[in-house]
Design a protein around this ligand. Structure first.
Ligand code: PMV
Length: 329
């Protein structure tokens, strides 16, 4: 037997937006939940830095590079292995889960750092996201992946939910601020069924499309405010545990998003298929492709309907754990 090799594994969940995408860019509240699907990273000392066998590269691995510079005081080369069941580039937060898991593992390995709390880890994961997205990223994905459960984001402190921290980011359009809160929610018999269209629509393009529509027709800001009103109703329903009303708010949110122009024929097909067996159905994330989400008590039938309509399906309960160290040796 050779010397014991210290390797560290950490995992973090993906996320799904229940209410408020796009409107959150204009200060309205938005809610995301941590899903059961997770990303795991294992780090083992090696002769040079690598990710799944390829040399660490700032273009290919901007999140990991930034976290390494922030967290690894000594440059001890590590071989990273990334695995998990969150599909890439589908609006389910795989890159934030990578940042959260890598951040937790690097912090564990770098003994010289003070205790890393969720606040600091989610701030670092948010910065890594922003670094990789030309300075434009809300803290939604990073906070949900680190905290787990249900996270509420707003441009103001909300009475509903437990306030966690403020996030500030200098973006190309000026400084932006978000207030991040945790919301209570847990239900045994309620499921999210995520239907992936397999169509990749970049978030930046979708966000720019909404910005252009609002600048051409400023009165359409009413639609953004309406999404905020529906999100607030959904938040109240979540806190009451009234999942019929949560579903209703989700479906209403979708109609507003569709009107805004961010749905797609593929998303509409999956949404239509899931509607008869769901409490509520909507696109989730930036739209134009990516995923839809159905809230349902009958995940099997809802999944089958989505698959028949051509979607790839993931099933998750609400209220999943945030980032955690999975093993150390
Ligand atoms: O597709 P995602 O998961 O990256 O979600 C984007 C959410 C938006 O509201 C459209 C953009 C944002 O920065 O909040």
């Amino acid at each position: 037997m050779g010397d014991a090799v210290e390797s560290t594994a950490a995992s973090a969940p993906g996320k799904c937006i229940l209410f408020g995408e796009h409107a959150v860019v204009y200060g309205q509240p938005a809610v995301a939940v941590a899903i059961e699907q997770r990303l795991t990273v294992t780090m083992t000392p090696a002769s040079s830095w690598s990710v799944d066998g390829s040399p660490l590269n700032s273009k290919k691995h901007p999140h990991i590079m930034m976290l390494k510079e922030a967290l690894m005081s000594k440059d001890t080369p590590m071989a990273l292995r990334v695995s998990g069941d969150i599909p890439n580039a589908s609006g389910l937060g795989s890159s934030a889960a990578l940042s959260a898991a890598v951040g937790a593992a690097m912090h564990h390995l770098s003994a010289e750092h003070e205790a890393l709390d969720n606040d600091r880890l989610s701030a670092l994961a948010h910065l890594a996201e922003a670094h990789a997205q030309n300075g434009r990223a809300s803290p939604m994905d990073a906070s949900t992946s680190v905290e787990g459960g249900v996270v509420l984001l707003s441009n103001q402190r909300e009475e509903r939910g437990d306030w966690l921290y403020t996030r500030r980011l200098a973006t190309p359009e000026g400084e932006r601020t978000w207030e991040v809160h945790a919301l209570p929610a847990a239900a045994d018999d309620i499921y999210l069924v995520l239907g992936n269209t397999g169509v990749h629509a970049p978030t930046a393009r979708q966000v720019a499309m909404v910005a252009n529509a609002l600048s051409a027709e400023p009165h359409r800001m009413q639609e953004i405010k309406a999404i905020g009103t529906v999100a607030r109703r959904g938040i109240e329903a979540l806190i009451r545990g009234d999942y019929e009303a949560v579903g209703h708010a989700m479906s209403e949110n979708h109609l507003l998003l569709r009107n805004l122009g961010v749905s797609s024929p593929e998303l509409e097909d999956l949404i239509q298929a899931a509607t008869p067996t769901s409490l509520g159905v909507k696109l989730t994330g930036a739209g134009g492709g990516g995923c839809m989400v159905a809230l349902t008590r009958d995940p099997k039938t809802t999944s089958e309907a989505i698959e028949l309509a051509g979607g790839r399906v993931l099933i998750s309960r609400l209220g999943n754990a945030g980032v955690r160290l999975d093993s150390q040796s």
